[in-house]
Design a protein around this ligand. Structure first.
Ligand code: G1P
Length: 290
């Protein structure tokens, strides 16, 4: 069975939910505590055995590539000043991985973004990570999914989370049958349904392990919800052609693309940090919260 070696990160969006912060700075570079959003996703991919990181970018997203590159000026200055701890933080990032990036010239939707990676991915299974969905877990979420991919003979797998009430309409939603605890064989899925039309309370979260036949399906998918080429519409057809699974992953997800979710992630991740968690907790306790 082919190993999942490549992860695609759609990152061409305008980040309008975070204006004015994202007027000049890519949304993916907003920091949670002290690491940009994109680095969380990249570290998850690398921690799941991925070897090649593919960014789908657009004009103005150069900072994403620069972040994972060597910064000679910075490193030289830190070296001269004897700031070894800071130097090692900067070097750790530059040595994490090599990055390949592809331009999505038009914002035609998530499906279109993934299709843009076709020539770089080639004819092998691959992962897609949506960097807005930050997942804090013991075992990286993508790794949990790759285990299911391997167990079920190289079948595609998407991440699922139970979402109650109206909020389900912000997600792709699946129909399926539970084949073992937390693993669903998918029969159908629909992008951003109304609550009354949702086929279940299981929402698609931004992690996908896909087989390369998905590219052909995306290429022949018409624009759907919001006038965009939706990955969910292509995946729905994939589910009709081969066994396809969803995994209710173990971990806590934050929607860091949303202001509230971003704040939740900031506070909770800061509290978990060994270096600053205790002091931050003390500070929070002094706030008059009632
Ligand atoms: C995308 C997908 C959707 C999925 C969501 C997860 O939507 O289209 O199916 O549930 O990511 O975050 P977006 O949030 O880009 O509108």
């Amino acid at each position: 069975m082919a190993k999942i070696r490549k992860a695609v990160f759609p990152a061409a969006g305008l980040g309008t939910r975070f204006l004015p912060a994202t007027k000049v700075i890519p949304k993916e570079m907003l920091p949670l505590v002290d690491k940009p959003l994109i680095q969380y996703g990249v570290e998850e991919a690398l921690g799941s055995g991925v070897e090649e990181i593919i960014f789908i970018t657009a004009r103005g997203k150069g900072a994403l590539e620069d972040h994972f590159d060597i910064s000679y000026e910075l490193e030289k200055t830190l070296e001269e000043r004897g700031k070894t701890a800071l130097l090692s933080i900067s070097r750790q990032v530059s040595h994490l991985t090599n990055v390949v990036s592809v331009r999505q010239k038009q914002a035609l939707g998530l499906g279109h973004a993934v299709l843009t990676a076709r020539t770089v991915v080639g004819d092998e299974p691959f992962a897609v990570i949506l960097g807005d969905d930050i997942i804090d877990s013991e075992t990286p979420c993508l790794k949990q999914m790759i285990e299911v991919y391997e167990k079920y003979g190289g079948a595609p797998v998407i991440a699922l989370e139970e979402i109650e009430g109206e909020a389900i309409s912000r997600f792709g939603v699946i129909a399926g049958e539970e084949v073992e605890p937390g693993v669903y064989r998918l029969t159908d899925m629909v992008e951003k349904p109304k609550l009354e039309d949702a086929p279940s309370n299981l929402a698609i979260i931004g992690r996908y392990v896909l087989t390369p036949d998905v590219f052909e399906l995306i290429a022949s998918t018409d624009a759907g919800v919001g006038g965009e080429i939706q990955i969910t519409d292509a995946l729905r057809r994939l589910a009709q052609t081969r066994p396809f699974y969803g995994l209710k992953f173990k971990g806590r997800r934050y929607d860091a693309g949303d202001k509230m979710g971003f704040l939740e992630a900031t506070v909770e991740l800061a509290l978990k940090r060994e270096d600053m968690g205790p002091a931050f907790r003390q500070y929070l306790k002094t706030l008059p919260l009632d």
